[in-house]
Design a protein around this ligand. Structure first.
Ligand code: G6P
Length: 490
């Protein structure tokens, strides 16, 4: 098997992300199949890896992952045409429980999102998090053996990893991108391990966030919690002889993927979905999310309810289709949310529906990108009503799917995307009337106005695409990569 060793300024590129870009699992007939996981991170980074080559280190989370992986933990991906290496790290169920469900998603996720969900601070979870960061450090060090490497770490699962890597291999260049928001110091510093987290992240040469606002919050936390020097003009933190640059890099998508996923037969696929769920030929408003309490799914259902009360003329005239990929379902808050969404959908359908028409259709299952893009293209509008979101790539994907320059994006003001897609219909998701107005606008906007807005949004995403994001971020640290192999660390 070919091991991709593409060099970046003479270095090997090693991406670390908890989530793997391809998951192998057993289908009901026992055959091994693979899927792409739901979520913005893998959607954004897979095209970059396909273009650059290198190694992606991730948790092997599929039940058939081991069956297709070689003894060293490596497998070529994409599975149908491999051009980079996926290095799988195996975790025990206890490790996954403490590190992934506990510390990452039960503590850091609610700590970083301003959605009034209480983080759980559990020393056992934190201990698992520390150990799993060390396990990933061991895997990265193995992949980086024998030469210079640029390690590009993703997200809140690995706050301790950069410091561990730098301690073992000071010559490694490390950059980390935080895909979720960073909170202000009043919020962040309640965490019992706030200093460990900040110190771990300052092991990086570069720390990237979506917005300047997130960078400012991070610098304020560092300033209050640690001994260090902050150079606000150079966006840098000096600590113990090391400099970390802190800068915004708004993430994006690959606009060319829309054509690939839509293909020639998107209308047939959309037609099949319509038939399966009894949607007739009515206009659709779609929502596409992991079922997560940061996404504002109950809020958007309440807005559907409100719009039907305020505009009875719309009854029978559209469907709201929510694609909700199951996510993190062993966490009670996620299970409760699924129940809440099901309950709300049923109530709204009982109250407004008729024998031949159900306003809300909740598709609580994993969907492949071909079906999702067919829905984007077929829809009158797409609603992104996150209560807080680092960027939100559904908003950008929807825009890339609309080469017809039609369709209305209703977008929460509390997303990173709202700063770039200013031609969306912006709404505060906590304000049910405002969100209902947004839905009404999506169903009634004249074609000429749709076209004017969509053109500008498409130009924005075409220009600020994922390759530009990766290029800016990696060239910021690429210049620090040494040309010749370093002396051994021992
Ligand atoms: C967000 C996070 C990613 C994560 C994704 C899906 O986008 O920033 O790190 O991969 O959600 O969540 P999951 O827990 O399924 O990986």
């Amino acid at each position: 098997e070919e091991v991709a060793r593409t060099r970046l300024g003479g270095a090997k590129l090693i991406v670390v992300a908890n989530r793997e870009p391809y998951i192998h699992r057993y289908a009901t007939d026992g055959a091994v199949e693979w899927i792409r996981p739901a979520g913005g991170l893998t959607t954004a980074l897979d095209p970059v890896m396909q273009a650059c080559g290198g190694v992606w280190v991730a948790h092997g989370s599929g039940d058939a992952d081991r069956a297709v992986t070689d003894p060293s933990g490596r497998v070529g991906v994409p599975p149908d045409d491999p051009n980079y290496v996926l290095r799988r790290v195996w975790l025990t169920p206890e490790q996954e429980d403490g590190y992934y469900y506990g510390a990452a998603n039960g503590m850091l996720w609610p700590l970083c999102h301003q959605v009034f969900a209480r983080p759980a601070f559990d020393p056992g979870h934190w201990d698992a998090y520390r150990r799993v960061n060390q396990t990933f450090a061991d895997a990265v060090l193995e992949e980086a053996q024998g030469g210079p490497a640029l390690v590009f770490i993703q997200d809140y699962h690995f706050a301790l990893l950069p410091r561990l890597l730098k301690a073992a291999r000071p010559d490694l260049v490390t950059a980390q991108f935080w895909h979720i928001p960073w909170p202000g110091p009043e919020k962040f510093l309640v965490c019992p391990w706030a200093r460990d987290i900040l110190d771990g992240l300052l092991g990086n040469d570069l720390m990237g966030f979506h917005t300047q606002h997130d960078c400012n919050h991070f610098l304020e936390c560092v300033d209050r919690a640690l001994e260090c020097r902050i150079d606000r003009e150079r966006f840098a933190v000096q600590r113990g002889g090391q400099a970390t640059t802190v800068k915004p890099f708004p993430i994006s998508v690959d606009p060319a993927l829309a054509d690939e996923y839509l293909g020639d037969d998107w209308a047939a696929r959309a037609g099949a979905i319509r038939r399966r769920h009894g949607l007739g030929d009515r206009p659709l408003i779609v929502g596409v999310d992991r079922v997560d309490y940061t996404k504002g799914i109950p809020e958007r259902l309440r807005a559907v309810d409100r719009v039907l009360h305020r505009h009875p003329e719309l009854r029978g005239g559209f469907h709201f289709v929510q694609v909700g990929a199951p996510s993190r379902s062993s966490i009670p808050a996620y299970r409760d949310l699924t129940a809440e969404v099901n309950g709300l959908a049923a109530r709204i359908n009982r109250e407004h529906g008729t024998a031949g028409w159900q306003p809300v259709v909740f598709l609580n299952a994993h969907h492949g990108p071909e079906d999702i893009f067919a829905l984007y293209r077929d829809a009158a509008g797409c609603v992104v009503s996150s209560l807080h979101d680092g960027m939100n790539l559904v908003a950008k994907e929807f825009v890339t799917a609309r080469a017809d320059d039609r369709g209305v994006l209703v977008l929460s003001t509390f997303t990173g995307a709202a700063r770039e897609l200013t031609d969306a219909v912006l709404a505060n998701p906590f304000d049910v009337d405002e969100l209902a107005d947004g839905l009404h606008a999506a169903l009634t906007m004249p074609a000429a106005e749709q076209e004017r807005r969509m053109r500008r949004m498409r130009a924005q995403v075409d220009d600020h695409n994922i390759y530009r994001w990766a290029g800016m971020l990696l060239s910021e640290v690429g210049k620090r990569v040494p040309d010749s192999p370093p002396p051994p660390a021992e």
